[in-house]
Design a protein around this ligand. Sequence first.
Ligand code: FAD
Ligand code: UDP
Length: 364
Amino acid sequence: MKVNYLIVGAGLTGLTFANLLAQNENNKILIIEKRHHIGGNAYDSYNANHILIHNYGPHIFHTNNQKIWDYLSQFTEWYDYQHRVLSFVDGQFIPMPITLETINQLYNTNLSQFEMVDFIESQKERVAPIKSSEDVALNNAGRDIYEKFFMNYTTKQWGVPPSELDPAVISRIPFRYNRDTRYFTDRYQGIPKAGYSKMCEQMIDRPNIKVMLNTDYKEVNDAIVYDKMIYTGPIDYYYDNQFGKLKYRSVRFEMEDHDCESFQNAAVVNYPNDYDYTRITEYKKITGQQSRKTTIMKEFPCDGDDPFYPFPTKEWQELYLLYKEKADAEKNVIFAGRLAEYRYYNMDVVVDQAMRFFEKLSVD
Ligand code: FAD
Ligand code: UDP
């Protein structure tokens, strides 16, 4: 079989490449995906109760980049959605991230924004230089907030304490002195109206794109002739783990159906200090779907086989750099996406990266 582009992985990275490359009708594109579906970790599907769930954990689309928003809006309409999260701390459900509302509820106070500034200043532990995620939280909010909201959640999520993790991990969570309790404040936010899987189908609905599911690319690689490969799987796997296997954090998901309209008061409730799971997602509250029943998902982080999160420590970054050096020298392969670049990327970022790679390809 001969194609112009062989794309390994049908996640948002691979699908964006496929869609852009297919605009040239002369390009023949083959996507190989080892799972039984396209969409990568953004895949969603209806369960037995006809509730639309995100099979690999809650996915909220948010970006400040209008170009990305407009690009994806060709393939979907959006359900307007602003994500809000509660954290179960000291027996109360408290807004997360940390805002004025969080502080007032946690300490049963009625501080103004100005008073919050003074209060947080009195709590902060100055750490310089910032070397870990623990330093970030202590520096932003002090020990009490760190221990109640971040320390145990992060330890559950990653299997090691925040003191061992890159500052970037906890820096993902904003810290605000106002009453805005939204999880994200990006200009564009939403959930694809008919779901991520439908949006993904639209992206590759072109005659010059073919998809092969349930296939590890190594099973068929030798039988396919291609000009260029776009590789979006784990970078260490591409090189047969020759420098050693990279560490990824995985998650086990447990679904529960409940015979009630509403299970909890927010789409996501975090449990930093209780239970073995980190959070519970109630999908109807994200998608806006109406039903007399509801489905929830509990997330149990683990060291499983499914590589979800590149591991954010120096040791694993250094190992990744050995692979990257080899990858950079490849003439016919582009390594892109969360697994191939070993980076904690959000969906908008992988789409953006794929668009940039594509522009570069068009110039070369
Ligand atoms: P993936 O989606 O992982 O796709 C890679 C594909 O390659 C997979 O389908 C895989 O099966 C396939 N593959 C791998 N190896 C092979 C092989 N050998 N042969 C063939 N195929 C192969 N982002 C947000 O913006 N908002 C969120 O709310 C959000 N929530 C998240 C929650 C969780 C629990 C997780 C894990 C991620 C979340 N993300 C979120 C991040 C988002 O999932 C990623 O940014 C996005 O999926 C990355 O797309 P990708 O194509 O790079 O990788
Ligand atoms: N985090 C935390 N407490 C929380 C929520 C998040 O300590 O209540 C930490 C945790 O280490 C997590 C990181 O902040 O990995 C980033 O959180 P985010 O919600 O962005 O994680 P995602 O689920 O999107 O990977």
